[in-house]
Design a protein around this ligand. Structure first.
Ligand SMILES: [Zn+2]
Length: 265
């Protein structure tokens, strides 16, 4: 029976999760300071507006003003302690990114090592950014527990060979929380100007590019290996339309691979 194929180009949807840093300070202390500061500030303002306190002889400031000022100061300290200076972290299809001024992103394929630094309780990423510049960053398990858990889970899948995190460290991480962070849709990948991960050939024309959906390595269409460097079988991408999602068909051995190989022989 003839196959009626509707040429529908599926565009692979790319997303990532954005995580804000949590304060590493004790939450109870921050909450207590916040409550005391707010109460004192409120009482001080109330006293100032409706109270009948007079500045006593020799006092340089009325106790009511002192109460409000003190309250504001304690509240400011609580806010300062309660917010962390660590930048926001993003984890998703495009890799790991740090919002430190500009967004610096390390794609999965560009990670050369992911290790654990027990002193700082942080995951340490060493590799390159999208433009090939050296990049190293840390994701603290204290200020970024959710981001770190997601990062480890994704790296185990997408950058298996370079992930070396000991079991003692893994024990710190709970199962990644599906509700943690904010899911952001990413732009489609820019492939023109990238080099084929197999042949080094420059991609000049978008339909020539094949993208590994696991690590986002780019291959020239007739240089696609049987397996991507990340380990995912991608031979059938040779015939696929650029952008096809092969997640479900990756381990399916029926047909398509053989067809692709027979053609080349
Ligand atoms: Zn790959």
């Amino acid at each position: 029976m003839a196959k009626v194929s509707k040429k529908k180009k599926k565009v692979r949807e790319r997303t990532e999760r954005r995580f804000l840093a949590q304060s590493s300070q004790n939450k109870m202390i921050v909450a207590a300071l916040g409550a005391v500061g707010s109460a004192a500030l409120g009482a001080g303002i109330y006293g100032q507006v409706w109270g009948h306190f007079e500045r006593a002889e020799g006092q340089w400031v009325s106790p009511v003003v002192a109460l409000a000022a003190g309250g504001a100061l304690v509240l400011a300290v609580a806010i300062w302690l309660g917010t962390s200076a660590d930048p926001a972290v993003r984890v998703g299809d495009a890799g790991v990114a740090l919002e430190k001024g500009e967004l610096r992103r390390m794609p999965w394929w560009a990670i050369s090592s992911l290790t654990w630094e027990s002193g700082n309780a942080a995951l340490v990423l060493v590799g390159k950014d999208e433009s090939g510049r050296d990049l190293t960053f840390k994701v603290s398990a204290r200020s970024h527990p959710h981001a770190a858990a997601w990062l480890l889970k994704e790296a185990d899948l997408r950058a298996t060979d370079v992930t070396e995190v000991p079991d003692e460290a893994r024990a710190r991480f709970a199962e990644p929380d599906a509700h943690a962070g904010t899911v952001i849709a990413l732009e489609p990948m820019q492939v023109v100007g990238r080099r084929c991960a197999k042949s080094g050939k420059m991609i000049a024309y978008e339909p020539d590019a094949r993208i590994c959906p696991r690590c986002e390595r780019v291959y020239f269409k007739n240089k696609v290996p049987k397996r991507c460097k990340c380990g995912l079988p991608i031979a059938h991408l040779r015939d696929a339309m650029q952008g096809d999602d092969l997640e479900e068909t990756a381990d399916d051995d029926s047909g398509s691979h053989e067809v692709a190989e027979a053609k080349e022989a």
